[in-house]
Design a protein. Structure first.
Length: 252
């Protein structure tokens, strides 16, 4: 088994090397490590240098951080992103978050930040890794437009909340990743079944906690096993998940 954690924040763990060793022991051979701001982009690239066989760097500015940055901090972070984009495997974590963006002015600021980062992805022929909290449909539409306009892959991470929206992402060829929620929720698992088996990916969003315990990339093996055992008509296998990750990362 060779699995990829398609969305994690590895730099947020206290013992990164231990987490990588445990992941490898579980059959997780690579992790897409997504960033949130300039410091985490720098950390991600340092992790790539330290563990080049495991870390696939995602560079980007998280939508929540768009608000906390001064204009000067945004410019520095965005310049860093543009300058280092060719070192990335994807652009992310980018997207929309309407939990924190509550006014139209705030939401438009997030949209603008998302679109200029998608331009960086397009210019560098890179896939995007998207956040969509309380902005599912709006982020989905941005992903679809990006994919249609560029032909590049788009991933909606932790997006399995609506069967209706998943039917649209299936039609449009948008990747969707599922995480540890399917280990604890039958509803989440049943929604995962509705994702096209050619478009489903697995993730942990490390170090997000579940049942009082922080997720780690090794958990991808458990997520994958639950999917494989339960997916209708045995349409999802470890090879299918590997192949999907390769296509998302444009390595197939």
């Amino acid at each position: 088994m060779s699995l990829t954690d398609c969305h994690c924040h590895l730099y947020a763990l206290a013992r990164v090397e231990t987490a990588i060793l445990r992941a490898r022991d579980a059959g997780v051979t690579k992790a897409v490590v997504v960033s949130e701001d300039q410091p985490s982009m720098e950390q991600t690239l340092r992790l790539r240098d330290a563990f080049p066989e495991f870390v696939l760097p995602g560079l980007g500015i998280h939508p929540v951080n768009v608000f906390s940055m001064s204009p000067q901090e945004w410019e520095r972070a965005f310049f860093f992103l543009k300058s280092h984009a060719q070192e990335a495997s994807c652009i992310g974590e980018i997207g929309l978050d309407f939990k924190y963006a509550t006014t139209e002015k705030e939401r438009e600021k997030q949209r603008k930040a998302l679109r200029v980062q998608m331009e960086v992805a397009a210019d560098n022929h890179l896939p995007i890794n998207l956040h969509s909290r309380r902005a599912l449909r709006q982020t989905m539409e941005e992903a679809i437009a990006f994919h249609r306009n560029t032909g590049l892959p788009a991933l909606l991470h932790w997006f399995a909340h609506s069967e209706k929206l998943l039917s649209r992402t299936n039609r449009e060829g948008i990747f969707v990743s599922v995480g540890p929620s399917i280990l604890f929720s039958e509803e989440a698992l049943n929604l995962a079944y509705t994702i096209d088996p050619r478009l489903i990916l697995v993730e942990t969003d490390t170090p997000v906690p579940f049942k009082g315990k922080s997720a780690s990339p090794a958990w991808v093996a458990e997520v994958a096993e639950r999917l494989i055992v339960n997916y209708p008509q045995n349409q999802v296998t470890s090879k299918k998940l590997y192949d999907n990750a390769q296509r998302f990362l444009q390595k197939a």
